[in-house]
Design a protein around this ligand. Structure first.
Ligand code: PLP
Length: 291
């Protein structure tokens, strides 16, 4: 079950004018699109549950931020919001209860000046095992210092670009080492993020996540979890964290839009405690969102 909406652009101005639903089983992209030939574009993936697309405004804001970093035309939030909502509604009408809605903006075909954009929605796989039993992770060096956004902004650290081949390679390395997921570290030893997730640690009644000025994505899921946790009386914070902080944490999770909260149950082959009760409450809070 899948749905696609194609964004319409005015070829004269390059501005988005609206969208139309397409056939998700039919080819929609030219082989010369820079998304396909160079990975030159950006994307967002939002979760859909019980008829609601989650954190859409935060995803639209991050799409705009990525566009600015890549000097792509500013995405028109009204057009993208309407297209994402339409795809969410069409998926829900097909009977999808939990799904993923991915929206992509590319630099368009080579030599042209009109961007390409689409929204693709599909049913989610069953993540119940990862959400309850958790994942084994390995720490992998990303190869950049923690201050790379300041020293080498052209590396686009912190933009959600389509160039995820490195992130996929890291996951294959994790599998080779008998784990399911990865936590990247900076070359100078700070905890960063997963290839598709944000790290969350609990020390007592305090939840912390790595600072977002380290060239990592500002997680929309983590932001919603902090809002929930603060209402529950937890302290929250953005910090410079090291592997020692991970080792001493009472609990650790990788959190992301579609899989939601996955407790970390082992790091580099060493088992660690899982907070099943809080994991369940965090996942329930995410699934209960209506926006
Ligand atoms: N970091 C990276 C590199 C990601 O790709 C993602 C999501 O795919 C995240 C963090 C988590 O972000 P979000 O919670 O907005 O899905």
């Amino acid at each position: 079950m899948s749905v696609v909406a194609l964004i319409d652009f005015d070829p004269a101005t390059g501005e988005a004018t609206g969208f139309h639903l397409g056939d998700a089983e039919e080819p929609q992209l030219l082989v010369t699109d820079l998304a396909a030939t160079r990975g030159d574009g950006i994307f967002e993936t939002a979760s859909l549950a019980h008829g609601h697309v989650h954190a859409l405004e935060a995803h639209l804001a991050r799409l705009a931020q990525s566009a600015a970093m890549l000097q792509l035309p500013e995405p028109d939030p009204a057009v993208w919001r309407a297209a994402v909502e339409a795809v969410g509604e069409a998926l829900t009408a097909q009977g999808v209860d939990e799904g993923a809605v991915k929206f992509v903006l590319t630099r368009g075909v080579e030599g042209g000046s009109t961007p390409t954009g689409w929204v693709y929605g599909t049913a989610s796989p069953d993540f119940s095992r990862e959400r309850t039993e958790g994942v084994r992770i390995v720490l992998l060096d990303r190869g950049y210092r923690h201050d790379v956004p300041q020293t080498a902004p052209w590396l686009l650290a912190g933009a959600k670009t389509l160039s995820y081949a490195v992130n996929r390679a890291a996951l294959r390395e994790a599998a080779r080492r008998g784990a399911e997921d990865v936590l990247f570290t900076s070359s100078d030893g700070y905890l960063l993020e997963g290839p598709t997730s944000t790290l969350l640690l609990r020390h007592g009644r305090r939840l912390v996540t790595p600072r977002v000025d380290l060239g990592i994505l500002a997680g929309t899921t983590q932001a919603d979890l902090f809002t929930w946790a603060e209402a529950e009386g937890y302290e929250t914070g953005y910090e410079l964290l090291t592997p020692a902080d991970l080792a001493s944490a009472d609990a650790a999770w990788l959190v992301s839009s579609v899989r939601h909260v996955a407790p970390v149950r082992a790091v580099d082959g060493v088992a660690r405690a899982v907070d099943r009760e809080l994991s369940d409450r965090l996942n329930a809070a995410l699934l209960a969102r209506v926006r």
